[in-house]
Design a protein around this ligand. Sequence first.
Ligand code: DGJ
Length: 709
Amino acid sequence: MHHDSTVIHLRAGGTSVIVDLHDDGVPEILHWGADQGDLSPHELSDIARATRAQRVSGGLDRPARLTVLPQESTGWQGTPGLTGSRSGQVFSPALRATEVVHTPSSLSFDAVDETARLRVHGTLALDPAGVLSHSLTVTNTGDDDYDLVDLCVTLPLPAGATEILDTTGRHLRERSPQRHAFTLGRHQRDSRKGRPGADATLLLFVGTPGFGFERGLVHAVHLAFSGNQRVAAEKLVTGPAFLQAGELLAAGEIRLAPGASYSTPTVIASWGDGLTELSARIHTRLRARRVHPRSPRPVTLNTWEAVYFDHDLGRLTALAEAAARVGVERYVLDDGWFHGRRDDTAGLGDWRVDADVWPDGLSPLIDTVTGLGMQFGLWVEPEMVNPDSDLARAHPDWLLQAAGRLPVEGRQQQVLDLSHPDAYAYILEALDALLVEYPIGYLKWDHNRDLVDAGSTRTGTAAVHNNVVALYALLDELKARHPGLEIESCASGGARVDLGILDHTDRIWTSDCIDPIERLTIQKYTGLLVPYELMGAHISGPESHSTGRRHDLSMRAGVALFGHLGIEWDIAALSTTDEAELTGWIDLYKANRSLFHTGTSVHVDHPDPAVDIRGVVATDQGSAVFVFSQVATSAAYPVGPLRFPGLAADTRYRVSLVNREFTGIGNGQSPLDWAEQPVTLTGKYLATIGLQGPVLFPEHLAVFSITSV
Ligand code: DGJ
């Protein structure tokens, strides 16, 4: 049988997307993954025919195809791409494409349903890294309101994808990986917290059984958005398997007036032979952005775990002096500086310097900090309000709430409705006034509670979507008014980590837990989306405030190298030896930050869960730094060869140990032969066979420097 079809082949960055515009013209992606080479129109049409399934007994007479906008009107019985109605009418759209435009690497289409009076515009674009971005816009072309329930992006998965990886988490333990069998049915992850949440899966991965970092075909999607959202993987009994992602809308949250439109956030989709390749595509994409921070990421000192709410000028000055001595470049005054903020029960909303604690304002501290050659940064939490604040007392109607009922509090706080023009203007001016008065180069922008019952008093409707839109506008407005201002997105640690917020900010705070053992996992899985230069990683004091465990400085600092390094520790009274050791690690970071912040992030799939090997390889593969962490004791003693993948196969590299104090540690070990006299091995040998690592105490690490010779 012959089917008329127009088949389009998009190619970029080693990726092919083959799109069939059949029947109703809504694009059906036949293939998304490895580049398929040059294909003639005839071959493309054969691909389309080869993909078509037979009709089967007991089913509909025309098997429904998996388009980028699956619709029940085509016989589709999986989750649809668009759901909504006009007071119950036109509940099942039948959109047909009216126009498709494409380039070698992108495609856009318009589809119209004259009866439902809807138009959908979709765009698909492959970037030079091979990342696919995809979004949809629906427009109400009718003359009454259209209640949108759901508009989501749908992308196909290959038949061999049978295993799901996602992450869950909580405060102090974000991004815990979990695996599931991808069987018939739907695996769905919802974020209903007004922010992605500590338990959000940054990406939803589906791949071949046992896919790891080094190999195994795997596809994933991420929704670039900072509010409620849904990602899912679904497999139908008729064969189609797909990923879906979209904003999770509350009832009535998006009611489209005649002529109004709603756009999905952009969905970022990547694939790879292994997670390292998949995430390298995303990192390359991010690094090509105009807004991507390119200056060396300054070593930061954050005062939080050093002093908490004890804002004493003498103490903070001593901290600044010590910070300058060890090489800190940015000093960030955390929570506790504003009116009434003596602890976490009051003050949020009153963004003026507390006159009792800071009788001469912030200038005495800021002058010291800048006089020592460091940039000054300040903590704010602009979206939040303590009921015990002048702001809450003056403007109770500015608080998000539902049906006149204030939401259950979180950390004794409520949330400001930034979609309220007066509330927005108040916050903008309050922050602007601080930035005008003081030389503040950096804001740590916090957000410390999940949203519930988040409605607007003006409209009575759910307002998460509008608050995210307003937040992005606010961040952009402040940056426009204060060129060069950098902003960190923090949310009880890493509860708002997404590529939406990162288009308006310069780094994320990865987790409030800075115990290096916990951080190994948190950074590994956050790093699948976020490259190291955007990921805050601090060196804590010897005893972790969130786990009570103690670690040597090398363990704390070696893990913080994999990020935008900072210190969160009262270093004012360190011994000369300790201060020198800390300075050494900061020097190591400074010497290598351009490698960490531009290179390819690599993780080794080691069979021993007590062994963690990670590294960064320069884009020209001329050098690399790897770190071996002995996470716990291993059954094997010594643990055996350590592999370092990602180097150029035929290039010869010299490997040396950076922190040599750990060779031969403990009782009864001889020195490690190659550590005494460095060896030269090929990239292929290092990737596939490797060399003996040093014997380490548990919860210790060794840093390796690898250079081509
Ligand atoms: C939560 C953040 O994650 C911490 O780093 C700190 O800034 C506190 N809030 C301050 O209240």
